[in-house]
Design a protein around this ligand. Structure first.
Ligand SMILES: C[S@@+](CC[C@H](N)C(=O)[O-])C[C@H]1O[C@@H](n2cnc3c(N)ncnc32)[C@H](O)[C@@H]1O
Length: 289
């Protein structure tokens, strides 16, 4: 199937307008593969025909399906492993002390895709169940795509999906066989909720989250949108909360609201007004030379 320049421009524009995600020229090859099954299901012969239907606005749900098909939803349980070790060895023990009075911990997995990240977090608590007796643990998973949130809520995964990241012992302990695949058990599902949300919009619970994970979501946003996303994520954090990004992602040079936590490599904390003022003064001095 041939993708004309104008078709790929229109589709990339639609994706960026709805989600902030840029489909740069060198990634436009994805369009054809990403939309092939949607075209087949809908009986639409070519991408140009799809554009015509979209432009005529005759099928209102179609543009959502197109955007969702173009999003990259790659994820797996305990992705990159080290961040989860950092959470269980450092962040959660620190929070266990700090939140002793309220016995409540709130975590947000922003851009959670099909939910593996949120259920991996739930497993960290389940692994040390005795330590968290009497605590309220809230894990919120959000994503801009309805389709992946439906799948996350179902908590059902194929054999291939559980094998990616889970040991056999974990699969048997936290999942039950369901048809050809596996469904997360009640203990894992209880602390986890999912909702559709765009990370560029107001956060679901401003100032409430102790930990926010936003991993592998902001890579393809332009600088302005990324700054806006960091602004939103920062405003979702409790005063002493942490943000965690994906491997190779950073806040450095992207926002003044967050800075690396010197005590925990891989976690970002909110900056104070004073730090932000000092940084702005430094930047002005550097600009003057
Ligand atoms: C590559 S997946 C990463 C999933 C998971 N965080 C991980 O690291 O395994 C990126 C997810 O971000 C979602 N996403 C993209 N743009 C978004 C936006 N503006 N708001 C919320 N979610 C977004 C996509 O739908 C996709 O499910």
């Amino acid at each position: 199937m041939q993708v004309s320049d104008s078709s790929s421009r229109i589709l990339a524009g639609l994706l960026e307008a709805r989600t902030g995600q840029q489909l740069t020229m060198n990634r436009r090859w994805r369009i054809e593969t990403a939309l092939a099954s949607l075209l087949r299901e809908r009986g639409i012969p070519t991408l140009d025909e799809l554009i015509t239907i979209l432009v005529m606005g005759k099928e209102p749900g179609l543009s959502n399906q197109v955007v969702e098909a173009l999003l990259n939803n790659e994820t797996y349980f305990f992705r990159d492993r080290t961040p989860f070790d950092l959470l269980s060895r450092h962040a959660l023990p620190v929070l266990a002390k700090k939140r002793e009075a309220t016995k409540r911990i709130r975590i947000w997995s922003a851009g959670c895709s099909t939910g593996q990240e949120a259920y991996s977090l739930a497993m960290l608590f389940a692994e040390n169940q005795a330590d968290w007796q009497g605590w309220t643990i809230d894990i919120l998973g959000t994503d801009v795509s309805n389709a992946v949130i439906d799948r996350a809520r179902a908590g059902s995964y194929t054999q291939f999906e559980v094998q990616r990241g889970l040991a056999i012992g974990q699969t048997i302990k936290y999942f039950e066989e369901a048809g050809d695949g596996w469904r997360a058990v009640e203990q894992l599902r209880r602390p986890v909720r999912f909702q559709v949300h765009n990370v560029l919009e107001q956060p679901p619970h401003p100032g409430a989250f102790d930990i926010v994970l936003c991993r592998n979501v902001l890579l393809y946003l332009n600088a302005d949108k990324r700054e806006l996303a960091f602004e939103r994520l920062a405003s979702s954090l409790a005063e002493d909360g942490w943000l965690m990004l994906g491997a190779g992602e950073t806040v450095i040079g992207q926002t003044t609201r967050l800075a690396a936590d010197k005590n925990a490599r891989g976690l970002y904390r909110l900056t104070s007004e004073e730090e932000r003022r000092d940084r702005r003064t430094g930047e002005r001095r550097a600009a003057r030379g």
